[in-house]
Design a protein around this ligand. Structure first.
Ligand SMILES: Cc1cc2nc3c(=O)[nH]c(=O)nc-3n(C[C@H](O)[C@H](O)[C@H](O)COP(=O)(O)OP(=O)(O)OC[C@H]3O[C@@H](n4cnc5c(N)ncnc54)[C@H](O)[C@@H]3O)c2cc1C
Length: 448
């Protein structure tokens, strides 16, 4: 990106798809909204149509129903990370401090839960308004599953901390978790009822498709640059432009492609595979469940039901890719790992192959805070998803919309207090550090 004296911000790169997401492939086709063609005028231009951007658009339209909003999505809604993830909209942090869990760490936990539940409240509101069925939005909770004695211990410790915090949960022994999953590999489980499980592509399409005039969504419309125009901004796209008083950047790691948060975002990819449909009688347990690993960086697994039978989703492996792109080779290599995880967990499903494999980008910060706030006059950022991006980015989108309109709320006050993302060490130290850290944490997660 180039930031000039005239305040012109140019995208140095645009998002690239990696692999084919099984979530989109197993849905009915949807006609994308048309690309922007020609000049339009809006109160707010939103760059990015994922959780953050679409949630920001929704919140803007609720706070000011007359506000003209233009959402620019580089690709097709549902095909980016927001539609390609594992579909957990999580309310509780994955990790809690291992100290005595009082004072600062308790306050941090409660703040994190407040942020995530604010996101879930918005998602619930949309699901109720639009009558989404459980195949799209299912407030069924999640399991955290262990596969080793270290995982068992982690779940017990986490359960003890949830008890202290007054959070509802239930520990499951080996027999109980196997009765849910049908997998002989799991040794214990922890059920937490507050997570919402979505079909991510269907959910994000649903959020997009319920945006109504005067909110306009333009798909296949990357923002290529924006520059100051009077007191506002002119955003340029391949075949059009948006003249807007304000901009919300909701393009996650690609905020850096415009030059923002340079050297503060860690671009990390994660990978998923979805099996072909199999006869449900081949696997015991429940027909639908969703499980995150006991140890962070382990393997997420879901069983879902689609038209032709049941399928298993496996999500595992992280890689650091500062160019915000991965090639087919990386998707293939992660796929081999997924095959091993799958056969270890489901020996009865021998011969069931993976049908779809894909990857998606996330943007982390060293101090785990979002890349949030007013980053230029009338340019607001809801980027840097960190972990739990489905809930964190939804909440950041809500908070950015509120900040842009000067609306006061508890969520907004929390975001206003958050620190800025800290600067990463210079290259090559960031690359070496990030790769070593990911490798160490994946090793720590072991078979989990
Ligand atoms: C395989 C996988 C599994 C995951 N599982 C989970 C999970 O279960 N739960 C969870 O909480 N998180 C999960 N995540 C992470 C989660 O998907 C992300 O954190 C989340 O999508 C971030 O949302 P976002 O709106 O901030 O960014 P994104 O979803 O990345 O949306 C940003 C959008 O901006 C668009 N864009 C970029 N540049 C431009 C531009 N110049 N002009 C216009 N548009 C642009 C992109 O096309 C993209 O659609 C997973 C991720 C992956 C890849």
């Amino acid at each position: 990106m180039a930031q000039t004296a005239k305040n012109v911000f140019v995208a140095s790169r645009l998002p690239k798809r990696a692999g084919v997401s099984g979530w989109v492939a197993t849905l009915q086709p949807r006609t994308p909204r048309p690309a922007l063609n020609g000049p339009v005028i809006a109160d707010v231009a939103i760059i990015g149509g994922g959780f953050a951007g679409l949630s920001a658009a929704r919140r803007l339209s609720r706070l000011d129903p007359a506000a003209k909003v233009a959402v620019l999505e580089a690709g097709v809604v549902g095909e980016g990370p927001a539609g390609a993830n594992s579909g957990f909209i999580i309310d509780l942090p994955h990790e809690v401090s291992s100290d005595d869990f009082s004072g600062e760490s308790e306050a941090k936990f409660r703040q994190s839960v407040f942020i995530q539940r604010s996101a879930i409240a918005l998602a619930r509101e949309m699901a109720a308004e639009n009558g989404w069925g459980k195949e799209v939005f299912d407030p069924c909770g999640r399991y955290s599953v262990a596969i080793s004695s270290e995982g068992d211990k982690h779940l017990e410790d986490y359960a003890a901390q949830l008890t202290k915090m007054g959070e509802d949960h239930r520990l499951l022994d080996v027999r109980e978790i196997q009765a849910v999953t049908g997998s002989p590999a799991y040794t214990s489980g922890l059920f937490m009822p507050g997570t919402v499980i979505v079909q991510p592509a269907a959910y994000i399409r649903g959020v997009a498709d319920c945006l109504k005039e005067p909110v306009a969504l333009y798909e296949r419309t990357p923002a290529l640059s924006f520059e100051r125009l009077g007191t506002g901004w002119l955003v340029k796209t391949p075949q059009g432009s948006v003249q807007a008083a304000k901009i919300i950047m909701a393009n996650n790691g690609h905020a850096e492609s415009f030059g923002f948060f340079r050297g503060r975002l860690l671009h990390v990819f994660t990978y998923a595979s979805l099996t072909e449909a199999f006869d449900p009688s081949r696997l015991g347990g429940e027909r639908k469940w969703a499980a995150t690993p006991a140890l962070p960086m382990g393997t997420t697994v879901r069983r879902i039901t689609t038209g032709g039978g049941d399928r298993i989703l496996v999500r595992s492996r992280y890689s650091y890719n500062p160019s915000i792109a991965v090639g087919d080779g990386a998707v293939r290599r992660a796929g081999h790992l997924h095959d091993g995880k799958f056969s270890k967990r489901f020996p009865r499903l021998g011969g069931v192959a993976m049908q779809y494999r894909w990857a998606g980008a996330m943007a982390l910060t060293r101090n785990h805070v979002p890349a949030f706030g007013e980053i230029e006059h009338s340019v607001f950022s809801a980027c840097g998803c960190n972990g739990l991006g489905a809930s964190n980015s939804t909440a950041a989108g809500i908070a950015a919309a509120e900040l842009a309109l000067g609306h006061d709320s508890e969520l907004g006050r929390i975001y206003a207090r958050l620190a800025a993302p800290t600067v990463l060490p210079p290259q090559p130290f960031t690359t070496i550090g990030a790769k070593t850290h990911l490798a160490y944490r994946e090793w720590r997660a072991g078979s989990e």
